[in-house]
Design a protein around this ligand. Sequence first.
Ligand code: NDP
Length: 340
Amino acid sequence: NRILCLATRPDKSLSPEHFTILEEKIGPLGPDDVLVRNTWLSIDPSVRLRLHAVTPNGYLPPFEVGEPLVGLALGVVVESRSSRFSPGDTVTHMYGYRDCAVVPAGGGGLGGAGSLTKIETDGFAPQWFLGPLGSSGLTAYVGLVEIIGLQPADVLWVSAAAGAVGSIAAQLAVLRGSTVIASAGNQDKVDYLRDGLGVHSAFDYHSGDVTTLVADAAPDGIDAYFDNVGGDHFDAALANLRTGGRIAMCGAISGYDVAAPGPGPSNTFQITAKSLSIRGFRAGSFAHLYDAMRFEVGTHLSDGSMVHRESVYEELEQAPTALVDLLNGRTTGKTLCRLA
Ligand code: NDP
């Protein structure tokens, strides 16, 4: 069985050379173990955070050099010592970045969204349960509905809006009647945001000062910001939010693939002056909302009112390239690695 491991710790930008593939022999299953053949790997920015020697307090621990990576994956049960899973079941779990995985039916301590979970695909493509109908969809839904408390009258800005989480957040907000401003890193993505996702206004954050670009898109200010990026984007949100504005702190990708994130925002007094509410969240703590999210997003995907794109890489060898491409904005929609 092949497993992707960290070969050396990146001190600046990540490259595929920081990984290596090791072989392991799968032993007999223990009581309650389930053998899963992985078919799709979810490529997630959070893996990059865990490649630093130190991770933020309260977050998942760093990966050690020589240690296998873990990550969200979808696969098919091959053999089961658990009464809850049978061969042929489609499942999601946290033992990705390997061809096959021995997964404890109880979750194996990775917990939360990492628990082994049986998926009824209901006619949807199975890999969508890693993307719009899975963790990415839940993250978008929680950020908008629970954290921001989005209202139809709101003007909302979504950053990294052509990505897995951002594209669902932007579309859900449009479909719920809000005015949506979306940003991404190149003109093709900006066209996709406007013409594909139907947002009201979109810009390439490389095309000028982000604070000015948001102000141009929303001259009267914004009510809410869905932050996937942090850094200068967070600063721009503080400057453009109206009194009582809300921010959902979903992620801060601008600070992941660097030796150390840059200094913090320069305008935090805006939070005081405008009574802003800023709240972080981890979607895994809101697993009880999967059904509500799947109903809403699944309905929109089925009737064509929501679109979905994937950037698919083939085989475990390409997983490092997939992660590097995602961090550098070379993927659109959900980034996945397919295992034959
Ligand atoms: P995406 O598919 O959005 O991929 C990441 C995107 O970030 C890239 O495509 C790139 O697009 C953009 N990006 C990279 N660097 C920068 C930068 N310096 N400035 C602006 N944009 C940048 O990934 P996901 O949808 O999986 O994740 C999006 C965010 O959500 C991440 O911050 C992630 O950590 C967070 N997240 C949070 C969860 C939670 O529970 N809170 C759960 C899952 C994800 P572009 O071309 O536009 O630059």
